[in-house]
Design a protein around this ligand. Structure first.
Ligand code: FAD
Length: 328
């Protein structure tokens, strides 16, 4: 974007240089602010808005300027490769979950799936957890890292006076939805692995490698579209969302008009991310809690980043340090 001639030097400098320091205050990126600093409509619509929506999952007039400053800092003040978009060739499960499970198991640990934590059971300055794995199980450990989403932590913790304050703040974080629409076609319909769509309710669109149709054996081609901050879409019917997505895809990739759609899948994540509003920092806890053996992790904890995979990883590193320290 910064080398695109359409933005003009003035806008580029405004975005990356001393004006960024203004963003360090936890204020909204208000339209008046953009106007005052002569950030053009082009720079706003083609650069800032897509960047803010993709990273904060909120539009520019609602997002936290503090978080945006962190994103800009990571993008422009780091190494070149830190700013490169990355598209995993493997699934996120293969990339992150499988190696984590393997590491736990190779160290003698056990990973239980579908075992929901249903309660915290305090005793003195420590806490045990209760989880349901068919039956009710009490699990006591020297060190426990609770890595559930903010809203879930809040529900689990609010009954316990030691955690109530943290729980209330976590509840205040609220959330912002994301809708993901996948359509499968009988032929490839876009020439890129991913594309950003400007002036469309679909912000990003990804084409996946071909996959055989289970029933016919013929190849089918999936494209998936992401709608961030999908407040107005979250209540829509799935078939209506798929229909709208197809219309948009045909608008940008006319080859789709000739293609036969063979399947569709709409995923609505109501609580996709915490709401990256101003004031969020004071609501996000660090890794330690009032209980000496209980630690918190997750993208919603205080990482100075919007709730992203990167934030989850940063939180993982922070909690690992805290746990190591506590273990002596
Ligand atoms: C549709 C969608 C698209 C996204 N796209 C992107 C993207 O492009 N880039 C990006 O960086 N981020 C993206 N995100 C955000 C990203 O997925 C999160 O930031 C990341 O997964 C957070 O990781 P986490 O470990 O903190 O939480 P989670 O991944 O939410 O993990 C929390 C886990 O806790 C489990 N859990 C909940 N309750 C309990 C309980 N009671 N007991 C036990 N376990 C429980 C849940 O099942 C879940 O597995 C997207 C999110 C969504 C929903």
């Amino acid at each position: 974007m910064l080398i695109h001639s359409g933005f003009g030097m003035h806008n580029k400098l405004l975005v990356i240089s001393h004006e960024v320091s203004i963003l360090l205050n936890p204020i909204l990126v208000k339209p008046e602010w953009l106007k005052k600093h002569r950030i053009s409509e082009n720079a706003r619509n083609l650069f800032l808005e897509p960047l803010i929506l993709a990273t904060l999952n909120l539009p520019s007039d609602q997002g936290s300027a503090l978080l945006l400053a962190s994103v800009l800092n990571k993008l422009f003040a780091g190494r070149r490769r830190d700013a490169l978009p990355m598209l995993p060739r493997a699934t996120l499960h293969d990339l992150f979950v499988a190696p984590a499970v393997a590491a736990v198991e190779s160290n003698g640990g056990q990973v239980l799936c579908r075992a929901a934590v249903v309660d915290l059971e305090p005793e003195d300055k420590r806490v045990a957890i209760a989880f349901k794995n068919g039956e009710h199980v009490r699990f006591d450990a020297d060190l426990i890292v609770l890595a559930v989403p903010a809203w879930r932590f809040s529900k689990l913790a609010k009954a316990h006076v030691e955690l109530r304050d943290t729980a209330d703040r976590a509840a205040e974080l609220s959330s912002s939805p994301i809708v993901d629409v996948s359509l499968w076609f009988d032929r490839p319909i876009m020439p890129y692995r991913f594309a950003g769509l400007l002036g469309s309710p679909l912000q990003w669109i990804f084409s996946h490698p071909s996959e055989p149709n289970r029933s016919t054996g013929e190849n089918r081609y999936r494209v998936s579209a992401v709608i961030s901050h999908a407040k107005s879409e979250i209540g829509c019917r799935n078939d209506e969302l798929a229909r709208r997505a197809r219309t948009e895809i045909e608008r940008f990739f006319p080859a789709a008009k000739e293609a036969r759609q063979v399947d569709q899948l709409v995923i609505k994540a109501r609580r996709a991310t915490i709401s990256a509003r101003p004031g969020q920092k004071g609501l996000r806890p660090g890794p330690r809690t009032a209980f000496g053996n209980l630690f918190l992790a997750g993208d919603w904890t205080d990482t100075d980043l919007p709730a992203t995979i990167e934030s989850a990883i940063a939180s993982g590193s922070t909690v690992a340090r805290a746990v190591t320290e506590a273990a002596g």
